[in-house]
Design a binder for this molecule. Structure first.
Ligand code: THU
Length: 122
């Protein structure tokens, strides 16, 4: 559903994402492109933003939906955005318009990640 709200006039590649938060709530996002191409936002970024706006900073599962026979996994930047709010063991589910695809843990997608624990305590 979120995917159908995507604003993707340049790539025409519609993506939807949903994150399940630690309170059992689902937050959705879609990609929002921009004529200045690098300013576009991925669906996962939108879903995380909705989660934070709703008052949660922990996601326990992630879904990414795109069309086609190649399963969509989060881009590199989104993997980093996700690790901010997820455990390494958090499942990342893939899907196209007709089926669920393979699932990964976030650690599989972003091994040896950099995160808040690497920073000196404030
Ligand atoms: N895109 C996402 O929204 N999420 C992904 O995981 C992969 C790529 C978007 C970005 C851009 O709007 C379009 O898909 C083509 O790259």
């Amino acid at each position: 559903m979120a995917r159908l709200r995507a604003y993707a006039p340049y790539s025409r590649f519609l993506v939807g994402s949903a994150v399940l938060d630690d309170q059992g709530r689902i937050h959705a996002g879609c990609n929002v492109e921009n004529a200045a191409y690098p300013q576009g936002l991925c669906a996962e970024a939108g879903a995380l933003s909705a989660m934070v706006l709703a008052g949660s900073t922990r996601a326990v599962a992630v879904l990414v939906v795109g069309d086609g026979d190649k399963w969509i996994t989060p881009c590199g930047g989104c993997r980093q955005k996700l690790i901010e709010f997820c455990a390494p063991s958090t499942p990342v589910l893939t899907a196209n318009l007709s089926a669920l695809g393979p699932r990964f843990t976030l650690a599989q997608l972003l091994p040896e990640s950099f995160g808040a624990l690497h920073l000196p305590a404030a």
